[in-house]
Design a protein around this ligand. Structure first.
Ligand code: NAD
Ligand code: USQ
Length: 420
């Protein structure tokens, strides 16, 4: 179904990446005008790590040519470093006058962000500057641009709380101490003096952040910048706190081999479910860190692009605070996923020492009512979809570098290699 209504003009920052590329195609398919901006740093990190996407991704020029051939639609590409090339960014916005900017342009791997001080500093510099630049550029452009940012569920942290994680904001009710209540303003004229004073202060605050890596910390800093620039400059912002994305292809990337999406499987960029499925495909023992008691939120890449489309077509009103969605469809414990994959494939599980500094076990329950209310039909993890990813991994298994599967980044200094 094509998008009905006013088509948007959308700049996709980071549109050559794992989520950005299928999103750009999906929005183009729906009739929106799309311009990809990317510095291709992710492709350079492939060179640094000596490990490429399992699927053979084409150079951006070939990708865009293939899309034109397949769909008849044009996506333009601008090579630019959003964290460093501020003037070019302002000029781009002034020239193109987009209705929407989607911001994927960050270093997104938690393990990579913990590798060495160099990687920590790169991740903070790149991510925080990119976000600061895009916010300032929107303000400098004097255009009413809607910024849609990919945040992460990881801003909330993974300590068991016992409540459903709300969508960004938490209602709190703070009891006043006796002296605060005594000095407080009369809330009502009442014969009983004790009852006439305010005893509690209610407010809505950002859910307390508790990032679990330097990468996740940059997303907390992003959220703080959004709060400020939205309050001070009235920038319209949607922040999407996304869970772990799994799967590879979407209906658009599956249209032509040259459009195939990334499939990261290495210890830095491979995320857990795709890693387990790929390991199953080649018969490698399934790498469960620690007890596998970590519970995380997940979303299939097809739903991820749909959620972003929903966010783009439902901007917050002009005077709205930052609109925050939890972009996930289901929660799973790592060991349950491993058991499921193992039972489908007979590949054994191997519990390895956890390279991360994280709770061995945690519960997680997440609110995602906003996307459901706006029409998201969740793609739930099922055997068919798991098998589909295993088939893709099998198809390209000759490209797998076995020595890139085990983790090489550690959260604590005493585990880092000496050369770091
Ligand atoms: P990715 O690394 O595949 O893509 C990011 C893209 O941004 C790359 O193409 C990279 O070259 C580009 N980029 C990075 N810094 C840039 C800069 N300074 N200037 C211009 N381009 C730059 O990552 P992804 O998996 O597609 O993730 C996209 C976004 O979604 C990230 O912000 C990430 O934090 C968020 N996210 C991803 C997941 C996931 O599971 N993949 C889950 C939750 C949130
Ligand atoms: N894990 C294993 N075995 C593995 C890989 C990971 O047990 O082989 C465990 C980890 O210890 C962790 C969990 O699986 O407890 C998730 O790890 P992950 O690498 O799949 O996800 P994470 O590092 O959190 O990062 C990914 C994306 C990031 C995004 C985040 C969403 O790379 O960009 O922000 O998922 S979330 O996890 O909800 O914060």
């Amino acid at each position: 179904m094509d998008y009905i209504g006013e088509p948007k003009k959308i700049v996709v920052l980071g549109g050559d990446g794992f989520v950005g590329w299928p999103t750009a195609l999906h929005l183009s398919e729906k009739g929106h005008e799309v311009i990809i901006v990317d510095n291709l740093s992710r492709r350079n990190i492939d060179n640094e790590l000596e490990c490429e996407s399992l699927t053979p991704i084409q150079p951006i020029g070939i990708r865009l040519k293939a899309w034109k051939e397949v769909s008849g639609k044009t996506i333009r590409f601008v090579r630019m470093d959003v964290a460093l090339e501020y003037d070019q960014l302002v000029q781009l916005l002034a020239k193109e006058k987009p209705t929407t900017v989607i911001h994927f342009a960050e270093q997104r791997a938690a393990p990579y962000s913990m590798k060495t001080s160099k990687h920590k500093r790169y991740t903070v510099n790149n991510n925080v500057n990119a976000t600061n630049n895009i916010l300032c550029a929107i303000i400098d452009s004097r255009l009413d641009i809607h910024l849609v940012h990919l945040g992460t569920m990881g801003v909330y942290g993974y300590n068991t709380v016992g409540i459903k994680i709300p969508e960004g904001y938490l209602q709190v009710d703070i009891p006043l101490k006796q002296d605060e209540a005594d000095n407080g303003v009369d809330v009502a004229k009442h014969e009983d003096p004790a009852a006439s004073k305010q005893t509690h202060v209610g407010m809505e605050i950002y859910y307390p952040p508790r990032p679990g890596s330097v990468y996740h910390m940059t997303k907390v800093l992003d959220a703080q910048m959004f709060e400020y620039f939205n309050r001070n400059d009235r920038v319209r912002i949607t922040d999407l706190h996304q869970g772990i994305v799994w799967g590879t292809n979407t209906p658009e990337t599956a249209k032509d081999e040259r459009l195939v999406n990334r499939f990261d499987y290495d210890g830095d960029y491979g995320t857990v479910l795709n890693r387990l499925l790929m390991q199953a495909a080649i018969g490698h023992p399934l790498t469960v860190y620690g007890t596998g008691g970590q519970t995380r939120a997940f979303i299939h890449v097809r739903d991820s692009v749909r959620c972003i489309e929903i966010a783009v077509t439902n901007p917050p009103p002009a005077d709205s605070r930052v609109l925050i969605f939890n972009q996930m469809t289901e929660c799973h414990r790592v060991r349950d996923l491993a058991q499921l994959v193992s039972s489908l494939t007979n590949v054994p599980i191997e519990n390895t020492e956890n390279p991360r500094n994280e709770a061995a076990e945690n519960g997680l329950d997440v609110e995602n009512a906003k996307f459901l209310a706006l029409g998201l039909k969740p793609t739930k993890l099922d055997e068919g979809l798991l098998t589909e990813v295993i088939q893709i991994a099998k198809k390209y298994s000759n490209r797998c570098k076995l020595d890139r599967i085990m983790p090489t980044s550690f959260w604590l200094n005493n585990k880092q290699p000496k050369s770091a």
